[in-house]
Design a protein around this ligand. Structure first.
Ligand code: NAD
Length: 345
């Protein structure tokens, strides 16, 4: 099957990933492929990037099998890939396919609602054939604007379901309820609650706070903070998150576990950090209207992740931003050149 004989951590293991062209999906695929795994991947490019997939395909032509499919319609090509390439049955299916940026929730409300519910049911159906464990990517958004801080897994959340984020938050909550029902019936599936994560592979203009700040500092030399900037977030670097997803999958845990960083910063502090480190003396910070239902405080309690998965993130925010900056700088430069080139003289 065209693989080298060097021993790597996941040599000979097959994984399945929906949302593979997205930020987390492509990082997960890359990590697994580097470690010798086979990866069955799926994405319909709703919010993902072709270049994430092209890059992986060219580097791992014999380990990576990609289906351009909508998860809502079920998984069609993976069985064929398994049979044709004599792959072992996949041990884990990571269901990551879903829009994930607040700016997309309103625009793609129908797709967001279905990817996390009907799409998840399609994953269960497919996984049943091979005894594959489904790991559902839930979110800190299930806590809404939380009354408890930091958030522990037993906090039931303060979600405004009649608001702009409602479709995302409630779809994830229903997804968790579906996992619960499957587990109750004997399935081996599980749920992770992912807090803000960032790194190379993000869509340059996806509207999430770190992407927006990089875009603004590099293209406009000014950063726009929504609200007074005192709202807090904690940002986890992608490589740490990938390690956490795998630790959870292998742990066999079935109840939800928070995954993220405990390094809490205010949005204003983040803006100042990015302005100082990646802007110049003339970079400005401006303020705009606060977004509706933007949570005031966000930080996971990671006790369960530490105890049950033996995992904590190791990349500091400054290290992670340094590792991410070049990706945004190069990507935005290429994008600007492409737009200028396309303009008539
Ligand atoms: P992303 O938008 O970069 O990736 C999602 C991928 O799913 C995209 O490639 C998109 O094209 C694909 N997709 C969406 N709907 C699909 C469908 N119906 N069929 C096939 N493919 C579809 O987002 P991400 O940041 O990589 O997030 C991945 C998962 O992690 C999502 O489920 C998200 O809710 C969850 N999550 C992410 C974060 C974060 O900070 N990145 C935080 C919490 C939860």
């Amino acid at each position: 099957m065209g693989k080298s004989s060097i021993h790597r951590k996941y040599d000979g293991v097959c994984f399945a990933v929906t949302g593979a062209a997205g930020f987390l999906g492509s990082n997960l695929c890359n990590y697994l492929l580097e470690q010798g795994a086979w990866v069955l991947a799926l994405d319909n490019f709703l919010t993902g990037q072709h270049r994430n997939i092209q890059d992986i395909k060219s580097r791992y032509p014999h380990q990576f099998f990609f289906a351009d499919e909508n998860i809502i319609e079920g998984i069609q090509q993976w069985d064929f890939f398994i049979a044709k390439n004599k792959l072992p049955h996949p041990k884990f299916l990571f269901h990551l396919a879903s829009p994930a940026s607040p700016v997309d929730f309103e625009r793609l409300w129908r797709e967001t609602s279905l990817a996390n519910t009907l799409g998840l049911l399609k994953c269960f159906d497919w996984a049943e054939k091979f005894d594959t464990r489904v790991v559902f990517a839930s979110t800190s958004e299930v806590y809404g604007n939380p009354a408890a801080h930091p958030q522990m897994e037993d906090h039931l959340g303060e979600v405004n379901f009649h608001g702009p984020r409602g479709c995302y938050d409630e779809a994830k909550r229903l997804g968790e309820a579906l996992v619960y029902q499957m587990v109750n019936k004997g399935a081996i599936h599980g749920v992770v609650r992912i807090f803000n994560t960032y790194g190379p592979g993000m869509r340059l203009t996806d509207g999430r706070v770190i992407s927006s700040f990089f875009q603004q500092v590099y293209q406009n030399n000014r950063i726009v903070v929504h609200g007074d900037g005192h709202q807090t977030r904690s940002f986890c670097y992608s490589r740490d998150m990938v390690r956490a997803l795998l630790a959870y999958a292998y742990s066999g845990e079935q109840s939800p576990i928070n995954l993220g960083s405990v390094e809490e910063v205010s949005v204003l502090q983040l803006a100042e950090l990015i302005a100082q480190r990646f802007g110049n003396w003339s970079t400005t910070i401006e303020f705009a209207q606060r977004r509706k239902d933007d949570p005031q405080r966000r930080r996971p309690d990671l006790s369960r992740a530490r105890d049950l998965l033996d995992w904590t993130p190791t990349t500091t925010l400054i290290e992670g931003l340094d590792l991410t900056a070049k990706y945004f700088y190069d990507g935005l430069k290429t994008e600007t050149a492409r737009v200028l080139h396309a303009q008539p003289n």
